[in-house]
Design a binder for this molecule. Sequence first.
Ligand code: CS2
Length: 496
Amino acid sequence: MTDTTSSFERLDRRSLPRVRARLPGFDPARVGTGIVHIGLGAFVRAHVAAFNDEAMEASGDLSWGLTGVSLRSPDQKARLEPQDGLYTAVERGPGGSHARIIGSLTAAIHAPSEGERLAALLADPATRIVSLTITEKGYCHDPATGHLRADHPEIRADLAAGSRPATAPGLIVAALAARRAAGLAPFTVLCCDNLPGNGHVTRRVVTEYAALKGEALAVWIEREVAFPSTMVDRIVPAVTPEGIAATAELIGLRDEAPVLHEPFRQWVIEDNFPSGRPRWDLAGAQMTTDVEPFELMKLRMLNGTHSAMAYLGTLAGVETVSAAIADPDIGAFVEALWREEIIPTVPPPPGADLAAYAAQLRARYENPGVRHLTAQIAMDGSQKLPQRILAPIRDRMAAGQGIERLALVVAAFLRHARGTSDAGAPLRVSDPLAPLLASAAAPATDAAGYVRRAVAIEPIFGTLGANPTFTAAVTDAYVRLSTHGTRATLRGLAHA
Ligand code: CS2
Protein backbone atom coordinates (compact mmCIF):
# COMPACT_ATOMS: atom_id res chain seq x y z
CA MET A 1 0.00 0.00 0.00
CA THR A 2 1.31 3.47 -0.82
CA ASP A 3 0.78 6.40 1.54
CA THR A 4 -1.04 8.51 -1.01
CA THR A 5 -3.71 5.85 -1.59
CA SER A 6 -4.39 4.83 2.01
CA SER A 7 -7.19 7.39 2.41
CA PHE A 8 -9.20 5.79 -0.42
CA GLU A 9 -11.78 3.04 0.08
CA ARG A 10 -10.58 -0.32 -1.36
CA LEU A 11 -11.99 -1.62 -4.63
CA ASP A 12 -14.14 -4.75 -4.16
CA ARG A 13 -17.64 -5.99 -5.04
CA ARG A 14 -19.26 -3.80 -2.38
CA SER A 15 -17.54 -0.57 -3.40
CA LEU A 16 -17.95 -1.28 -7.13
CA PRO A 17 -20.97 1.02 -7.61
CA ARG A 18 -18.84 3.97 -6.46
CA VAL A 19 -15.92 3.45 -8.84
CA ARG A 20 -15.22 6.07 -11.51
CA ALA A 21 -14.57 3.56 -14.29
CA ARG A 22 -16.43 1.56 -16.91
CA LEU A 23 -18.00 -1.46 -15.23
CA PRO A 24 -18.21 -5.01 -16.65
CA GLY A 25 -21.45 -5.56 -18.56
CA PHE A 26 -22.20 -8.64 -16.41
CA ASP A 27 -22.33 -9.53 -12.74
CA PRO A 28 -18.81 -10.70 -11.72
CA ALA A 29 -20.35 -12.83 -8.95
CA ARG A 30 -22.06 -15.01 -11.59
CA VAL A 31 -18.93 -15.82 -13.60
CA GLY A 32 -17.82 -19.47 -13.65
CA THR A 33 -14.26 -20.69 -14.27
CA GLY A 34 -13.57 -22.13 -17.71
CA ILE A 35 -9.92 -21.14 -18.01
CA VAL A 36 -6.99 -21.68 -15.68
CA HIS A 37 -4.27 -19.22 -16.55
CA ILE A 38 -0.71 -19.88 -15.39
CA GLY A 39 1.48 -16.77 -14.94
CA LEU A 40 -0.66 -14.08 -13.34
CA GLY A 41 1.41 -11.07 -14.39
CA ALA A 42 0.34 -7.68 -15.70
CA PHE A 43 0.19 -8.83 -19.33
CA VAL A 44 -2.59 -11.41 -19.05
CA ARG A 45 -4.67 -9.11 -16.92
CA ALA A 46 -4.44 -6.31 -19.53
CA HIS A 47 -4.84 -8.55 -22.59
CA VAL A 48 -6.43 -12.02 -22.33
CA ALA A 49 -8.71 -11.03 -19.43
CA ALA A 50 -9.86 -7.88 -21.24
CA PHE A 51 -10.74 -9.92 -24.34
CA ASN A 52 -12.53 -12.36 -22.05
CA ASP A 53 -14.64 -9.65 -20.45
CA GLU A 54 -15.72 -8.38 -23.85
CA ALA A 55 -16.40 -11.88 -25.16
CA MET A 56 -18.62 -12.58 -22.14
CA GLU A 57 -20.41 -9.25 -22.56
CA ALA A 58 -21.04 -9.88 -26.25
CA SER A 59 -22.07 -13.54 -25.97
CA GLY A 60 -23.74 -13.62 -22.55
CA ASP A 61 -21.87 -16.88 -21.83
CA LEU A 62 -20.45 -16.40 -18.32
CA SER A 63 -18.80 -19.83 -18.09
CA TRP A 64 -15.43 -18.58 -19.33
CA GLY A 65 -14.06 -16.79 -16.28
CA LEU A 66 -10.38 -17.14 -15.61
CA THR A 67 -8.61 -18.27 -12.46
CA GLY A 68 -5.04 -16.99 -12.36
CA VAL A 69 -2.16 -19.04 -10.99
CA SER A 70 1.17 -17.67 -9.76
CA LEU A 71 3.97 -20.23 -9.86
CA ARG A 72 6.26 -18.34 -7.48
CA SER A 73 5.20 -15.15 -5.78
CA PRO A 74 2.16 -14.87 -3.47
CA ASP A 75 2.00 -11.14 -4.26
CA GLN A 76 -0.77 -11.14 -6.91
CA LYS A 77 -3.03 -13.30 -4.78
CA ALA A 78 -2.44 -11.05 -1.76
CA ARG A 79 -3.41 -8.00 -3.80
CA LEU A 80 -6.35 -9.45 -5.72
CA GLU A 81 -8.14 -11.58 -3.12
CA PRO A 82 -9.23 -8.67 -0.89
CA GLN A 83 -10.65 -7.09 -4.06
CA ASP A 84 -12.77 -10.16 -4.99
CA GLY A 85 -10.52 -10.53 -8.07
CA LEU A 86 -11.58 -7.11 -9.39
CA TYR A 87 -8.99 -4.71 -10.75
CA THR A 88 -8.68 -1.71 -13.02
CA ALA A 89 -7.26 -1.75 -16.54
CA VAL A 90 -6.09 1.79 -17.27
CA GLU A 91 -5.60 2.58 -20.93
CA ARG A 92 -3.07 5.37 -21.44
CA GLY A 93 -2.67 7.08 -24.76
CA PRO A 94 -2.88 10.30 -26.68
CA GLY A 95 -6.57 10.52 -25.74
CA GLY A 96 -5.75 10.51 -22.00
CA SER A 97 -6.41 7.79 -19.41
CA HIS A 98 -9.50 5.57 -19.47
CA ALA A 99 -10.29 3.14 -16.67
CA ARG A 100 -12.38 -0.01 -16.83
CA ILE A 101 -12.95 -2.70 -14.27
CA ILE A 102 -12.19 -6.25 -15.34
CA GLY A 103 -14.70 -8.74 -13.96
CA SER A 104 -13.67 -12.10 -15.39
CA LEU A 105 -10.95 -13.06 -12.88
CA THR A 106 -12.69 -15.61 -10.66
CA ALA A 107 -9.81 -16.36 -8.26
CA ALA A 108 -6.06 -16.15 -7.75
CA ILE A 109 -4.08 -19.21 -6.71
CA HIS A 110 -0.53 -19.37 -5.34
CA ALA A 111 0.64 -22.74 -6.66
CA PRO A 112 3.40 -23.49 -4.12
CA SER A 113 1.02 -23.15 -1.15
CA GLU A 114 -2.24 -24.32 -2.78
CA GLY A 115 -1.22 -27.38 -4.74
CA GLU A 116 -4.32 -29.42 -3.94
CA ARG A 117 -6.74 -26.64 -4.81
CA LEU A 118 -4.94 -26.16 -8.11
CA ALA A 119 -4.90 -29.89 -8.92
CA ALA A 120 -8.67 -30.09 -8.24
CA LEU A 121 -9.36 -27.14 -10.49
CA LEU A 122 -7.25 -28.57 -13.33
CA ALA A 123 -9.11 -31.88 -12.99
CA ASP A 124 -12.53 -30.17 -13.09
CA PRO A 125 -14.31 -30.83 -16.42
CA ALA A 126 -15.43 -27.16 -16.41
CA THR A 127 -11.77 -26.22 -16.97
CA ARG A 128 -11.56 -26.42 -20.74
CA ILE A 129 -8.52 -24.23 -21.43
CA VAL A 130 -5.20 -23.85 -19.62
CA SER A 131 -3.48 -20.74 -20.89
CA LEU A 132 0.05 -19.57 -20.21
CA THR A 133 2.08 -16.38 -19.87
CA ILE A 134 5.10 -17.68 -18.02
CA THR A 135 7.70 -15.78 -20.12
CA GLU A 136 10.18 -17.49 -22.40
CA LYS A 137 12.18 -19.10 -19.60
CA GLY A 138 9.08 -20.73 -18.08
CA TYR A 139 9.12 -23.42 -20.78
CA CYS A 140 12.43 -24.77 -19.41
CA HIS A 141 13.54 -25.35 -22.97
CA ASP A 142 16.75 -24.84 -24.83
CA PRO A 143 16.08 -21.53 -26.62
CA ALA A 144 18.24 -22.43 -29.61
CA THR A 145 16.48 -25.75 -30.36
CA GLY A 146 13.09 -25.51 -28.63
CA HIS A 147 13.56 -28.87 -26.86
CA LEU A 148 12.87 -29.43 -23.17
CA ARG A 149 16.02 -29.30 -21.08
CA ALA A 150 15.95 -32.59 -19.23
CA ASP A 151 18.94 -31.31 -17.23
CA HIS A 152 17.06 -28.17 -16.10
CA PRO A 153 17.29 -28.16 -12.29
CA GLU A 154 13.56 -27.47 -11.78
CA ILE A 155 12.55 -30.10 -14.32
CA ARG A 156 14.77 -32.62 -12.55
CA ALA A 157 13.18 -31.70 -9.24
CA ASP A 158 9.68 -32.10 -10.73
CA LEU A 159 10.55 -35.50 -12.16
CA ALA A 160 11.77 -36.80 -8.81
CA ALA A 161 9.36 -39.36 -7.39
CA GLY A 162 6.68 -37.98 -5.09
CA SER A 163 7.41 -34.33 -5.73
CA ARG A 164 4.62 -31.87 -6.45
CA PRO A 165 5.39 -30.17 -9.76
CA ALA A 166 6.50 -26.55 -9.63
CA THR A 167 7.19 -25.89 -13.33
CA ALA A 168 4.50 -25.25 -15.92
CA PRO A 169 5.37 -28.36 -17.99
CA GLY A 170 5.30 -30.45 -14.79
CA LEU A 171 1.93 -29.07 -13.67
CA ILE A 172 0.30 -29.49 -17.07
CA VAL A 173 1.50 -33.07 -17.49
CA ALA A 174 0.37 -34.02 -13.96
CA ALA A 175 -3.05 -32.50 -14.65
CA LEU A 176 -3.40 -34.20 -18.03
CA ALA A 177 -2.38 -37.54 -16.47
CA ALA A 178 -5.10 -37.11 -13.83
CA ARG A 179 -7.72 -36.35 -16.48
CA ARG A 180 -6.68 -39.32 -18.56
CA ALA A 181 -6.83 -41.60 -15.49
CA ALA A 182 -10.33 -40.27 -14.70
CA GLY A 183 -11.51 -40.86 -18.27
CA LEU A 184 -12.02 -37.13 -18.83
CA ALA A 185 -11.35 -35.15 -21.99
CA PRO A 186 -8.17 -33.07 -21.80
CA PHE A 187 -8.12 -29.28 -21.71
CA THR A 188 -6.67 -27.21 -24.55
CA VAL A 189 -3.26 -25.70 -23.79
CA LEU A 190 -2.98 -22.12 -25.01
CA CYS A 191 0.49 -20.55 -25.00
CA CYS A 192 0.41 -16.73 -24.96
CA ASP A 193 4.17 -16.12 -24.79
CA ASN A 194 6.44 -14.49 -27.37
CA LEU A 195 7.89 -17.64 -28.89
CA PRO A 196 7.88 -18.58 -32.57
CA GLY A 197 5.35 -21.34 -33.25
CA ASN A 198 4.42 -21.02 -29.58
CA GLY A 199 1.83 -23.82 -29.71
CA HIS A 200 4.41 -26.18 -31.23
CA VAL A 201 7.04 -25.24 -28.64
CA THR A 202 4.54 -25.87 -25.85
CA ARG A 203 3.43 -29.18 -27.35
CA ARG A 204 7.06 -30.26 -27.63
CA VAL A 205 8.08 -29.42 -24.05
CA VAL A 206 4.89 -30.95 -22.63
CA THR A 207 5.16 -34.19 -24.60
CA GLU A 208 8.90 -34.46 -23.95
CA TYR A 209 8.25 -34.06 -20.24
CA ALA A 210 5.43 -36.62 -20.42
CA ALA A 211 7.74 -39.05 -22.24
CA LEU A 212 10.12 -38.85 -19.29
CA LYS A 213 7.16 -39.91 -17.11
CA GLY A 214 5.96 -42.74 -19.34
CA GLU A 215 5.50 -43.45 -23.02
CA ALA A 216 1.73 -44.12 -23.03
CA LEU A 217 0.93 -40.76 -21.48
CA ALA A 218 3.08 -38.95 -24.05
CA VAL A 219 1.29 -40.76 -26.88
CA TRP A 220 -2.13 -39.87 -25.41
CA ILE A 221 -1.13 -36.18 -25.12
CA GLU A 222 0.22 -36.17 -28.65
CA ARG A 223 -3.06 -37.61 -29.92
CA GLU A 224 -5.67 -35.90 -27.74
CA VAL A 225 -4.45 -32.46 -26.66
CA ALA A 226 -4.70 -29.32 -28.79
CA PHE A 227 -1.95 -26.69 -28.52
CA PRO A 228 -3.12 -23.78 -30.70
CA SER A 229 -0.55 -21.12 -31.55
CA THR A 230 -1.25 -17.44 -30.89
CA MET A 231 0.27 -14.05 -31.49
CA VAL A 232 -0.44 -11.74 -28.55
CA ASP A 233 0.36 -8.05 -28.52
CA ARG A 234 -0.13 -5.22 -26.06
CA ILE A 235 2.55 -3.18 -24.30
CA VAL A 236 2.00 -3.54 -20.56
CA PRO A 237 4.90 -2.43 -18.34
CA ALA A 238 5.31 -3.81 -14.82
CA VAL A 239 3.09 -2.01 -12.30
CA THR A 240 4.80 0.58 -10.06
CA PRO A 241 3.74 2.45 -6.89
CA GLU A 242 3.24 5.54 -9.10
CA GLY A 243 0.81 3.56 -11.26
CA ILE A 244 -1.12 2.46 -8.19
CA ALA A 245 -1.32 6.05 -6.91
CA ALA A 246 -2.40 7.41 -10.31
CA THR A 247 -5.12 4.77 -10.56
CA ALA A 248 -6.56 5.74 -7.17
CA GLU A 249 -6.77 9.38 -8.28
CA LEU A 250 -8.48 8.32 -11.50
CA ILE A 251 -11.08 5.88 -10.13
CA GLY A 252 -11.61 7.28 -6.63
CA LEU A 253 -10.95 3.90 -4.97
CA ARG A 254 -7.78 2.11 -3.91
CA ASP A 255 -6.76 -0.68 -6.27
CA GLU A 256 -3.59 -2.54 -5.28
CA ALA A 257 -3.52 -4.49 -8.55
CA PRO A 258 -4.19 -2.18 -11.49
CA VAL A 259 -2.64 -2.67 -14.92
CA LEU A 260 -1.61 0.30 -17.06
CA HIS A 261 -1.41 -0.34 -20.78
CA GLU A 262 -1.38 1.20 -24.23
CA PRO A 263 -4.59 1.47 -26.32
CA PHE A 264 -3.34 -0.94 -29.01
CA ARG A 265 -4.00 -4.64 -28.73
CA GLN A 266 -3.91 -7.57 -31.13
CA TRP A 267 -4.63 -11.25 -30.72
CA VAL A 268 -4.29 -13.71 -33.59
CA ILE A 269 -5.39 -17.21 -32.60
CA GLU A 270 -5.23 -20.56 -34.36
CA ASP A 271 -8.82 -21.73 -34.09
CA ASN A 272 -8.24 -25.20 -32.65
CA PHE A 273 -10.24 -25.62 -29.42
CA PRO A 274 -11.84 -29.10 -29.32
CA SER A 275 -13.46 -28.36 -25.93
CA GLY A 276 -14.76 -24.94 -26.91
CA ARG A 277 -13.57 -21.39 -26.30
CA PRO A 278 -14.94 -17.97 -25.39
CA ARG A 279 -16.24 -15.84 -28.27
CA TRP A 280 -12.95 -13.91 -28.43
CA ASP A 281 -13.79 -13.24 -32.08
CA LEU A 282 -16.66 -11.01 -30.90
CA ALA A 283 -14.09 -8.97 -28.96
CA GLY A 284 -11.85 -8.38 -31.99
CA ALA A 285 -9.51 -11.38 -31.86
CA GLN A 286 -8.49 -12.67 -35.31
CA MET A 287 -9.23 -16.39 -35.59
CA THR A 288 -7.12 -18.04 -38.27
CA THR A 289 -5.60 -21.32 -39.41
CA ASP A 290 -2.04 -19.97 -39.68
CA VAL A 291 -0.63 -17.74 -36.97
CA GLU A 292 3.03 -18.05 -37.85
CA PRO A 293 3.32 -15.15 -40.32
CA PHE A 294 1.79 -12.85 -37.69
CA GLU A 295 4.14 -14.17 -35.00
CA LEU A 296 7.17 -13.74 -37.20
CA MET A 297 6.23 -10.15 -38.03
CA LYS A 298 5.64 -9.26 -34.40
CA LEU A 299 8.64 -11.08 -32.93
CA ARG A 300 11.10 -9.56 -35.40
CA MET A 301 9.62 -6.10 -35.89
CA LEU A 302 8.28 -5.32 -32.40
CA ASN A 303 10.18 -7.53 -30.01
CA GLY A 304 13.41 -7.35 -32.07
CA THR A 305 13.51 -3.55 -31.93
CA HIS A 306 12.40 -3.64 -28.28
CA SER A 307 15.49 -5.70 -27.48
CA ALA A 308 17.64 -3.37 -29.60
CA MET A 309 16.41 -0.35 -27.62
CA ALA A 310 16.78 -2.28 -24.37
CA TYR A 311 20.51 -2.99 -24.78
CA LEU A 312 21.52 0.20 -26.59
CA GLY A 313 19.35 2.23 -24.20
CA THR A 314 20.67 0.73 -20.97
CA LEU A 315 24.27 1.14 -22.21
CA ALA A 316 23.68 4.77 -23.22
CA GLY A 317 21.76 5.61 -20.02
CA VAL A 318 18.34 5.93 -21.73
CA GLU A 319 15.72 4.63 -19.33
CA THR A 320 12.49 4.21 -21.25
CA VAL A 321 11.29 3.09 -24.68
CA SER A 322 9.65 6.47 -25.32
CA ALA A 323 12.98 8.21 -24.58
CA ALA A 324 14.90 5.69 -26.72
CA ILE A 325 12.73 6.11 -29.80
CA ALA A 326 12.86 9.92 -29.42
CA ASP A 327 16.65 9.81 -29.05
CA PRO A 328 18.14 10.92 -32.40
CA ASP A 329 20.84 8.22 -32.41
CA ILE A 330 18.78 5.27 -31.17
CA GLY A 331 15.61 6.31 -33.04
CA ALA A 332 17.49 6.58 -36.34
CA PHE A 333 19.13 3.21 -35.69
CA VAL A 334 15.75 1.54 -35.08
CA GLU A 335 14.36 2.99 -38.32
CA ALA A 336 17.38 1.74 -40.29
CA LEU A 337 17.22 -1.65 -38.56
CA TRP A 338 13.62 -2.11 -39.66
CA ARG A 339 14.14 -0.85 -43.18
CA GLU A 340 17.50 -2.40 -44.05
CA GLU A 341 17.73 -5.61 -42.07
CA ILE A 342 14.43 -6.75 -40.49
CA ILE A 343 11.61 -6.03 -42.96
CA PRO A 344 13.41 -7.81 -45.82
CA THR A 345 13.30 -11.03 -43.73
CA VAL A 346 9.56 -10.87 -42.94
CA PRO A 347 7.03 -12.35 -45.38
CA PRO A 348 4.00 -10.05 -44.90
CA PRO A 349 1.00 -11.80 -43.32
CA PRO A 350 -2.27 -11.56 -45.26
CA GLY A 351 -3.37 -7.94 -45.49
CA ALA A 352 -0.31 -6.49 -43.72
CA ASP A 353 1.77 -3.54 -44.95
CA LEU A 354 5.12 -3.81 -43.15
CA ALA A 355 6.17 -0.18 -43.61
CA ALA A 356 2.85 0.93 -42.13
CA TYR A 357 3.26 -1.61 -39.32
CA ALA A 358 6.70 -0.12 -38.52
CA ALA A 359 5.26 3.40 -38.49
CA GLN A 360 2.51 2.23 -36.14
CA LEU A 361 5.11 0.60 -33.86
CA ARG A 362 7.04 3.84 -33.75
CA ALA A 363 3.91 5.73 -32.65
CA ARG A 364 3.26 3.08 -29.99
CA TYR A 365 6.83 3.39 -28.67
CA GLU A 366 6.44 7.17 -28.51
CA ASN A 367 3.43 6.94 -26.15
CA PRO A 368 4.63 8.87 -23.07
CA GLY A 369 1.78 7.54 -20.92
CA VAL A 370 3.33 4.08 -20.93
CA ARG A 371 6.59 4.13 -18.98
CA HIS A 372 8.27 0.99 -20.30
CA LEU A 373 11.77 0.58 -18.88
CA THR A 374 14.61 -0.49 -21.16
CA ALA A 375 16.00 -2.38 -18.13
CA GLN A 376 12.78 -4.46 -17.92
CA ILE A 377 12.96 -5.51 -21.58
CA ALA A 378 16.69 -6.26 -21.22
CA MET A 379 15.95 -9.12 -18.81
CA ASP A 380 16.28 -12.73 -20.02
CA GLY A 381 18.04 -11.81 -23.26
CA SER A 382 19.39 -15.35 -23.67
CA GLN A 383 15.77 -16.54 -24.05
CA LYS A 384 14.69 -13.70 -26.34
CA LEU A 385 17.55 -13.12 -28.76
CA PRO A 386 17.26 -16.40 -30.70
CA GLN A 387 13.81 -15.63 -32.17
CA ARG A 388 14.08 -11.84 -32.20
CA ILE A 389 17.58 -11.19 -33.56
CA LEU A 390 19.43 -14.43 -34.35
CA ALA A 391 16.71 -15.88 -36.61
CA PRO A 392 16.77 -12.87 -38.97
CA ILE A 393 20.59 -12.99 -38.86
CA ARG A 394 20.47 -16.62 -40.02
CA ASP A 395 18.04 -15.78 -42.81
CA ARG A 396 20.16 -12.89 -44.01
CA MET A 397 23.41 -14.80 -43.94
CA ALA A 398 21.81 -17.66 -45.86
CA ALA A 399 20.80 -15.12 -48.52
CA GLY A 400 24.27 -13.54 -48.55
CA GLN A 401 22.97 -10.26 -47.07
CA GLY A 402 24.69 -7.97 -44.55
CA ILE A 403 24.03 -8.17 -40.79
CA GLU A 404 25.83 -5.06 -39.54
CA ARG A 405 22.96 -3.65 -37.45
CA LEU A 406 21.62 -6.95 -36.14
CA ALA A 407 25.18 -7.90 -35.12
CA LEU A 408 25.40 -4.61 -33.24
CA VAL A 409 22.34 -5.60 -31.20
CA VAL A 410 24.03 -8.91 -30.33
CA ALA A 411 27.18 -7.00 -29.33
CA ALA A 412 25.11 -4.62 -27.18
CA PHE A 413 23.50 -7.64 -25.46
CA LEU A 414 26.98 -9.03 -24.73
CA ARG A 415 28.13 -5.62 -23.41
CA HIS A 416 25.03 -5.37 -21.22
CA ALA A 417 25.82 -8.83 -19.83
CA ARG A 418 29.06 -7.42 -18.43
CA GLY A 419 26.91 -5.31 -16.10
CA THR A 420 28.28 -1.79 -16.72
CA SER A 421 26.91 1.09 -18.79
CA ASP A 422 29.01 3.37 -21.02
CA ALA A 423 29.16 5.86 -18.15
CA GLY A 424 30.34 3.16 -15.73
CA ALA A 425 26.98 2.77 -13.94
CA PRO A 426 26.05 -0.73 -12.76
CA LEU A 427 23.41 -2.54 -14.87
CA ARG A 428 21.23 -5.27 -13.38
CA VAL A 429 21.75 -8.49 -15.31
CA SER A 430 18.83 -10.86 -14.81
CA ASP A 431 19.04 -13.88 -17.06
CA PRO A 432 18.84 -17.64 -16.45
CA LEU A 433 22.02 -18.10 -18.52
CA ALA A 434 23.90 -15.25 -16.78
CA PRO A 435 26.37 -17.75 -15.24
CA LEU A 436 27.35 -19.00 -18.70
CA LEU A 437 27.80 -15.45 -19.98
CA ALA A 438 29.80 -14.55 -16.88
CA SER A 439 32.10 -17.49 -17.38
CA ALA A 440 32.73 -16.38 -20.97
CA ALA A 441 33.90 -13.09 -19.48
CA ALA A 442 35.64 -14.54 -16.45
CA PRO A 443 39.23 -14.95 -17.56
CA ALA A 444 40.58 -11.47 -18.17
CA THR A 445 40.38 -11.84 -21.92
CA ASP A 446 40.37 -9.19 -24.60
CA ALA A 447 37.16 -8.21 -26.35
CA ALA A 448 37.64 -10.70 -29.17
CA GLY A 449 38.25 -13.51 -26.69
CA TYR A 450 35.06 -12.70 -24.77
CA VAL A 451 32.93 -12.54 -27.92
CA ARG A 452 34.40 -15.81 -29.21
CA ARG A 453 33.65 -17.59 -25.94
CA ALA A 454 30.20 -16.02 -25.57
CA VAL A 455 28.94 -16.90 -29.06
CA ALA A 456 30.07 -20.48 -28.45
CA ILE A 457 27.24 -20.79 -25.85
CA GLU A 458 25.12 -23.23 -27.83
CA PRO A 459 21.82 -22.89 -25.93
CA ILE A 460 21.71 -19.28 -27.17
CA PHE A 461 23.60 -19.27 -30.45
CA GLY A 462 23.31 -22.84 -31.67
CA THR A 463 25.75 -23.29 -34.54
CA LEU A 464 26.03 -19.56 -35.32
CA GLY A 465 29.07 -19.28 -33.05
CA ALA A 466 31.00 -21.44 -35.51
CA ASN A 467 30.23 -19.10 -38.40
CA PRO A 468 33.20 -16.77 -39.05
CA THR A 469 31.06 -14.08 -40.77
CA PHE A 470 28.81 -13.86 -37.73
CA THR A 471 31.65 -13.90 -35.21
CA ALA A 472 33.58 -11.24 -37.12
CA ALA A 473 30.55 -8.94 -37.35
CA VAL A 474 29.75 -9.25 -33.63
CA THR A 475 33.39 -8.82 -32.62
CA ASP A 476 33.76 -5.72 -34.77
CA ALA A 477 30.60 -4.19 -33.29
CA TYR A 478 31.64 -5.14 -29.76
CA VAL A 479 35.06 -3.52 -30.16
CA ARG A 480 33.46 -0.34 -31.51
CA LEU A 481 30.96 -0.22 -28.64
CA SER A 482 33.62 -0.72 -26.00
CA THR A 483 36.13 1.67 -27.58
CA HIS A 484 33.87 4.54 -28.64
CA GLY A 485 30.68 4.02 -26.61
CA THR A 486 27.15 3.42 -27.85
CA ARG A 487 26.38 6.88 -29.20
CA ALA A 488 29.54 7.29 -31.27
CA THR A 489 29.10 3.76 -32.62
CA LEU A 490 25.54 4.52 -33.75
CA ARG A 491 26.65 7.79 -35.35
CA GLY A 492 29.44 5.99 -37.16
CA LEU A 493 26.92 3.53 -38.58
CA ALA A 494 24.62 6.30 -39.77
CA HIS A 495 27.45 7.75 -41.84
CA ALA A 496 28.78 4.45 -43.07
C1 CS2 B 1 8.88 -6.96 -24.54
C2 CS2 B 1 7.48 -7.56 -24.61
O1 CS2 B 1 9.67 -7.35 -22.35
C3 CS2 B 1 9.78 -7.65 -23.54
O2 CS2 B 1 10.62 -8.47 -23.91
O3 CS2 B 1 9.46 -6.97 -25.80
O4 CS2 B 1 6.96 -7.83 -23.35
C4 CS2 B 1 6.51 -6.65 -25.39
O5 CS2 B 1 6.22 -5.48 -24.67
C5 CS2 B 1 5.22 -7.36 -25.72
O6 CS2 B 1 5.51 -8.53 -26.43
C6 CS2 B 1 4.28 -6.47 -26.53
O7 CS2 B 1 3.21 -7.21 -27.01
